[in-house]
Structure formats: structure tokens, C-alpha cells
Write a protein that binds this ligand. Structure first.
Ligand SMILES: NC(=O)C1=CN([C@@H]2O[C@H](COP(=O)(O)OP(=O)(O)OC[C@H]3O[C@@H](n4cnc5c(N)ncnc54)[C@H](OP(=O)(O)O)[C@@H]3O)[C@@H](O)[C@H]2O)C=CC1
Ligand SMILES: CC(C)CCC[C@@H](C)[C@H]1CC=C2C3=C(CC[C@@]21C)[C@@]1(C)CC[C@H](O)C(C)(C)[C@@H]1CC3
Length: 454
């Protein structure tokens, strides 16, 4: 594999470095699960992933990773350290029912998105000075989806069948994300300049297809990126979890404590995301990132099919949890959730209204942009307390699966790599935005995610 330094490009007289994507970091991590880590290989990969070769490789490698993980998870050994088995025969990859389920699901979520319930919020100011409007009805979509699923169960629909159909469903979701990314790439050539994302317009077709050219692609008032980020994949994830629980009931008459914990924890996480839907409008993905293959695939295939691996693992590899272990795990999830929620809410509150009584007394430093940075409270503890809480929760989701296999810890490992990379990307953006004030903040709050460790 050719290795050249970070890929730079010149456009309109400006030099810009192609930012390395989250999936690039993820790629290195996944690769390291299969073979012992060779440091030189990792360095070569991380450099070459900035090249067009990386942008070609990842859209092939990541979908194969999803199918590989699903196949291994259902196998009796469930070992990710074995040599990858051959892909299942085509007959096992495709099933005519799968595209129907995916189409009905996406259509249902689209319908619920368009329902005129809940408030409508404005996003941040765009480069042309305007603001987009977004419906805040994700939690009601989750509730309606729950009611409809309850109805399906009452009608005797075998939800456990999702376990048997998981690979054809993943194949369909992957195909959908490819088609969506292709559509997004083509339509971006009709978008005005100010509607393009800064990171995905290098002129290199593969890289731009991967990162996404357009920032907020919309069909009428239907915002494709915002919809995909929170609806079909995220809600689909908890539906797949429920399918795994029902499969366990089919096989063993009742759900195990481990399965109930995994389902409960992840339902809490998804409900929280949709309850606080408005906060998503200020995340990097919505504000900075173009909508291309990375996010389309991440939202529609990666999230539902790899985030539900723990529940799937428990169907084939049942675990017994002692009440003491279960209490410890519930406590760990509770602590993680508390840190995650409190820190995210504190920053949101501060950014929306710095004079609000809950944040008005916190110590801050001024920046040249007029915005202030928090240096006390959660954001004075570490630079990304929300990531710390998220990582603790990820650990709590894996522990019910025991410690005999690495596979249920895939999410924890992938997620830690993703967040470390994300923290680095955010730090570079903040350094560029806030200059010296950011350096002062970093001196005042020396640890990035884990106090006294990192
Ligand atoms: N489950 C999953 O797969 C994933 C979950 N997440 C979660 O999403 C959540 C959002 O994460 P993300 O969008 O990455 O980033 P953050 O919510 O951490 O936002 C980072 C931004 O916060 C602002 N900021 C940073 N430091 C301060 C400070 N001291 N005072 C005030 N503002 C500050 C800056 O923006 P500005 O100054 O411009 O306001 C910075 O760019 C996290 O909880 C994360 O764990 C993220 C990715 C994947
Ligand atoms: C395909 C690659 C390997 C990686 C793609 C990354 C995406 C899967 C993630 C990027 C940011 C995300 C967020 C969430 C889900 C995962 C992706 C899409 C999020 C919706 C999860 C729930 C949280 O509460 C959140 C804060 C709303 C998250 C926002 C970022």
C-alpha cells in the first residue's frame, strides 16, 4: 500500500488538509482485532487513509466488518481473533422479506418525522446568515414506534425472527446507505456554494463521496442528515435489541437478567438522545460535517447492526449474572449516564443562555470570538466529561455478556477510539476558533477525557 504524507489540496488559493474521518480511526482499530498490532502497519494505515486509497478502502472494508461481526457473533465460538471465515453463501445474505422490512421501517419513520407534533427549533446560523428549522418530535416517534411494535407482538408477530434475518437486513441497510450516499453526492453538484461543507469539497470524488459535499441536504422541509442521525438507525437499534430479547424468550421461555439489562440500558440511551433531540442541532455532525457515505452508512447500518451486538451475543451465548454483579453494573451505568447527561446539559444550557441561574455562577474565560469557555463545573473537571460518561456506559453495556469473549467489547473499543479521535478533531477546531483562550483552557484543565490518565 502506497504511503505518502497527509493529503493536502489547494482550492481557491487556500491550502487545506483533508481531515481524517472517524471511520479511519475505526478502521485501524478493527484491523487490530484480527491480527496482533503492528505499530508500523498502523502508522502506514493512518497516513494512507488520508489518501484516495483510504477513501476507496473504507466503504468496502466497513460493510464487510459489519457482516463479519454479525456472522461471528452468531457462531458458537464467537471469536474475533480467528481467521475471518468465508462470507456466508448468497442465499444467506439475501432474503426478499428484508428489503420490505427496511422500506416499511424507513417509510414509517419518515411519516412520523413529518407529523406536525412537537415544537420546531432553529439550528445554528449558517454561512449565508440563515437558520434552518427542525421538527423536535423524535421522542414521540420513539413512543409511536413502541406502540406499533406492541401491537405487532399482540397480533402474534414473531419479532424473534429479526435474529434469523439479521444478515439480509444488514445487507439491505448497507445497500440503502450506498444508494443514499450516491444520491447525496450527485445532487450536491446542484447545491449553492454556501450550502457545501468545508471538509468534503476537496475535488477528489472518492474522498468527497465519503465525507459528503453538502452540509444540510433537504428535500423540501425534510432534512436528510438530521432524519438519518436520529430516526431509522437509532430507533432501529432498540427494535433489533427487542427482537433479540424475543428470540431468547422463544429459545429459553424467559429473558435473562443480562438481556434485560442490555435492553434497558440501551433503551435509556436512545430515549435520552430523542428526549434531548434539540441538543443534536449543535453537535459536530450537524454543524460541520457534510452528509456523505460515512454518516449515511454510520447512521443506517453501523449503529443498528453493530451497537446491537451485545444483545445478539446473549441469544447464542447465555450468561448468568449474580445479583451483586447486576447491581454493580446498574450502578456503573447510572454513574456514566449521570456524568453524560449532566455535562451535556450544562454545556447546552450555557451555550443557549449563559445567564441561566444553573450556569451563571460557573467560572469562565473570555475568547476573542465573544463566546466564553467554562473552566469550572463539569467542563473544569476534564475537557470532555460527556465522553467519559459515554465510555463508562459502554463498559456497563458489555459487562452483562461476561468476560470470556472479546466480541461484546467491540463497541467499547470502537467507541473509545472514535471518541479519542473526535476529541482530537474538536480540539483542533477549538484551537483554530479560540486561539490563545483555548490554550489557557487546556492549561487550566489538563486532562482530555479521563482525569489523571488521558
Ligand atoms: N454513541 C455514539 O456513537 C456517539 C456519541 N457521541 C456523544 O455525543 C455527545 C456530543 O459530542 P460531540 O458533538 O462530539 O461534542 P461535544 O458535545 O463535546 O461538543 C464539543 C464542543 O463543545 C464546545 N466546548 C468545548 N469545551 C467547552 C467549554 N469548556 N465550555 C463551553 N463550551 C465548550 C465547543 O463548541 P463551541 O465552543 O463552538 O460551542 C466544542 O466544539 C457526547 O456526549 C458524545 O459522547 C458522539 C459520537 C458518537
Ligand atoms: C461508520 C463509522 C465507523 C463511524 C460513523 C460514526 C457515527 C456512527 C456516529 C457519529 C456521531 C454519532 C452520534 C450518535 C450516533 C452515532 C454517530 C452517528 C448519537 C446520535 C448517539 C446518541 C447520542 O445521545 C447523541 C449525542 C445524540 C449522538 C450524536 C452523535
Amino acid at each position: 500500500m502506497a504511503v505518502i504524507g497527509p493529503w493536502c489540496c489547494r482550492r481557491r488559493g487556500q491550502e487545506r488538509r483533508g481531515p481524517r474521518s472517524e471511520s479511519a480511526a475505526c478502521f485501524i482499530m478493527v484491523r487490530s482485532l484480527f491480527t496482533p498490532i503492528d505499530e508500523k502497519l498502523c502508522v502506514s494505515l493512518s497516513l494512507s487513509l488520508s489518501l484516495p486509497a483510504g477513501a476507496t478502502l473504507i466503504p468496502v472494508f466497513l460493510p464487510l466488518t459489519v457482516l463479519y461481526l454479525l456472522s461471528v457473533c452468531r457462531s458458537p465460538g464467537a471469536s474475533v481473533l480467528q481467521w475471518p471465515p468465508p462470507l456466508p453463501p448468497t442465499a444467506h445474505l439475501l432474503d426478499p422479506v428484508a428489503p420490505v422490512i427496511i422500506a416499511v421501517w424507513v417509510a414509517l419513520q419518515g411519516f412520523l418525522y413529518l407529523l406536525p407534533v412537537g415544537k420546531v427549533s432553529e439550528g445554528l446560523v449558517l454561512r449565508d446568515g440563515t437558520k434552518l428549522r427542525y421538527p423536535i418530535n423524535g421522542f414521540s416517534a420513539l413512543c409511536w414506534s413502541g406502540v406499533l411494535l406492541g401491537l405487532c407482538l399482540w397480533l402474534g408477530m414473531p419479532l424473534g425472527y429479526l435474529f434469523d434475518l439479521i444478515i439480509p437486513l444488514a445487507v439491505c441497510a448497507i445497500a440503502t446507505s450506498y444508494l443514499l450516499a450516491l444520491y447525496l453526492y450527485i445532487r450536491s453538484f446542484w447545491a449553492p456554494n454556501h450550502a457545501l461543507a468545508l471538509g468534503g469539497n476537496t475535488g477528489n470524488p472518492l474522498y468527497d463521496f465519503f465525507m459528503g459535499r453538502e452540509l444540510n441536504p433537504r428535500i423540501g422541509r425534510f432534512d436528510l442528515k438530521y432524519f438519518c442521525e436520529l430516526r431509522p438507525g437509532l430507533i432501529g437499534w432498540v427494535v433489533l435489541n427487542l427482537g433479540m430479547l424475543m428470540k431468547e424468550v422463544e429459545l429459553r421461555d424467559s429473558p435473562s437478567l443480562a438481556m434485560l439489562l442490555v435492553n434497558g440500558f440501551q433503551l435509556l440511551y436512545v430515549s435520552d438522545a430523542l428526549w434531548n433531540e434539540e441538543a443534536v442541532l449543535t453537535t459536530m455532525d450537524i454543524v460541520h460535517d457534510g452528509f456523505g457515505f460515512m454518516l449515511a452508512f454510520g447512521d443506517l447500518a453501523w449503529v443498528p447492526f453493530t451497537y446491537s451486538l451485545q444483545a445478539m451475543f446473549l441469544v447464542v451465548h447465555p450468561q448468568t449474572l449474580s445479583p451483586l454483579a447486576a447491581t454493580g453494573i446498574v450502578l456503573l451505568n447510572g454513574i456514566g449516564y449521570y456524568i453524560f447527561r449532566k455535562s451535556n446539559s450544562q454545556k447546552n444550557q450555557f451555550r443557549r443562555n449563559p445567564t441561566h441561574p444553573s450556569v451563571a455562577n460557573l467560572e469562565t474565560i473570555a475568547t476573542a470570538t465573544g463566546k466564553r469557555l467554562l473552566v469550572s463545573g463539569w467542563w473544569g473537571f476534564v475537557r470532555h466529561p460527556n465522553y467519559l460518561g459515554d465510555i463508562l456506559m459502554a463498559l456497563a453495556w458489555s459487562l452483562p455478556c461476561g468476560v470470556s469473549h472479546l466480541l461484546p467489547y467491540f463497541y467499547l473499543i470502537y467507541f473509545t477510539v472514535l471518541l479519542v479521535h473526535r476529541e482530537d478533531r474538536d480540539a483542533r477546531q477549538c484551537r483554530a476558533k479560540y486561539g490563545l483562550a483555548w490554550d489557557t483552557y487546556c492549561r487550566r484543565v489538563p486532562y482530555r477525557i479521563i482525569p489523571y490518565v488521558y
